[in-house]
Design a protein around this ligand. Sequence first.
Ligand code: ADP
Ligand code: MG
Length: 639
Amino acid sequence: MSKIVGIDLGTTNSAVAVVDSGFPIVLADSSGNRITPSVVHFDPESGDVVVGELAKRGRNVAPKTTVYSVKQYMGRRYHECQDDARSVDYDIKASDKGGVEVRLGGQSRSPQHVSAEILKHLKAVAEAGLETEITRAVITVPAYFNDAQRQATIEAGELAGLTVERIINEPTAAALAYGLDKLSDRAKVAVYDFGGGTFDLSILELTEGTFQVLSTNGNTRLGGDDIDQKLFEHLAGWIADEGGPSIIDLSAEARARVRQVAEMAKIQLSKEESFEVLLPFLTPEYSFSGALSRETLEGLAKGVVEGTRAHCRRALEDAKLAAKDLDQVILVGGQSRMPLVRRMVSEWFECAEFEETRGDLRLGEDYHEAEGPTLNVSQHPDEAVALGAAIQGAILTGEFKDVLLLDVTPLSLGIETFGGLMNVIIPRNSTIPVKAGETFTTAVDGQREMLIHLLQGEREKSKDNWSLGRFTLSFEKAPRGVPRVGVQFEIDVNGVLHVLARDIKTGQERLERVQSVVDVDDADVQQMVEESVEHAFDDLAARRWIENRLKAKEILVATQQGVSLCKDELSDEYLEELQSAIAEMSTCLGPDPDQDPDYVGDWQRLKELVKSMDELTADLAELQMQIVMEEMLKQKGLG
Ligand code: ADP
Ligand code: MG
């Protein structure tokens, strides 16, 4: 059966996705962009049509023939739009039937026609990416779209040569992309969608595997553009304060550059703390530059973000729910990438934990204790809707059906860490698809690569688990503990494990596709689980032993080095104390693990010895530091 693509036809941006070998992916155009601005430029002379980034850039050059935010007119009456649509630079008029038409020189186009151009572009992107003809699509619309608006969206699809297999709600698509259909029955989620021109909050309930929209509330004239506008005004004031020209005296082209820089700064400040605004030659005599901080942006944006709160409250009221009744809050829409938005939403909904497993990997610090829903931002907010539409498409073609049954991991998955221990990354019985990660470091100075040994099983020691393979990741030489390697595990809907290891410093990475980790023999799984229960006590003792042995080894070596460096300066008494502590610890450590890997000593005793050695060596450490410093000064000729 031919593929069904998923399309997010957004007010500001659009995207197309597909499920490929069990994985939903957003397709990129020939320049590598996965997001296409929903902007269409019509050339009245040649009849040429340009869609996307180029059209967006040309907006200020040809304001009358460049159409954006056309979604707000889809399926609407002209008179309705007069009070609630955003103002635009191009002209619109009433059509014969009372709908809206966009005027383009002597001609006019319906909003469906304009949207069809965007859809044609996305269809071409998908066809180039998949090297096959695409004729079927699932298209998303806001939950508040009425029948006429949905019908207009279907017409746009047909005009673009697509059979619209289904129209689905954007929040539902987002929830599918987040895999929330795997939550327990009657789970409730809030989808907070903050886009370029619009905001909406929808509350969904999962019943027997499908989502019902319990309520939706929003504002079609509140979005990221408003933050851009605030920042634009701030920049205008700043330029004037610096003795630059007043914004109204600038050419249209220069003003457009200020606008562009405002959005660019806003986007960069989601990642960085500060942004260098550069506006060379605003006039032939005047160039502007200045550093803008995230704090300043947040001050400007706060009011706009605050404006979304009342809608959240109303949606909850309409659904007759309190925030604590929700299981998850998910964030959608490019504007929700802003850290301030995440913080404020988390506060309003009294979110319990912050789950971020994408890209930057899950780090322990992101969790804070509280009761309430999980704020889930594990998917790209501006791609989730398209991905969910693609998943819906794959469900329709049957591509997803079989795999939805294999929905949990039968055994834990992890990697081997120091001392031959298993470090679990995805625990047994996690629902799939699932993604999780952790950061690791090195144990030895000057290590240039890390061996990643993939394991499956329930035992504490690596050697008792099943080995799924090994690979190495190389990185720059550095002292132990300095390199940071992120390891991310992802199990797709087919149960295939994909492992991504990345050196966080250089971004160097390796992606390994393992095998199905779900499709394993039941008897083997049972045996593994039984053995883990049977050996639970021994295993735990072994883990504790190994962990404490590593610490003991470290402090022992450091003390031995300290003693040999400082022995002339130490009192006989102190030296004796140190030597006997060294001897005692060496005895407790027992045989070298190379000789007897299964040796397990008394971990509690060892732990006590580590503690007392730590106290005993405080003076030694100080002395050692002094000697090293003096040595350094001497070398510099200052001693
Ligand atoms: P829509 O659903 O309205 O088509 P999107 O979800 O694509 O729109 O959101 C577009 C908005 O998101 C724009 O205002 C854009 O500036 C903003 N945006 C995109 N990326 C970021 C980012 N990293 N930080 C802050 N805002 C962003
Ligand atoms: Mg959107």
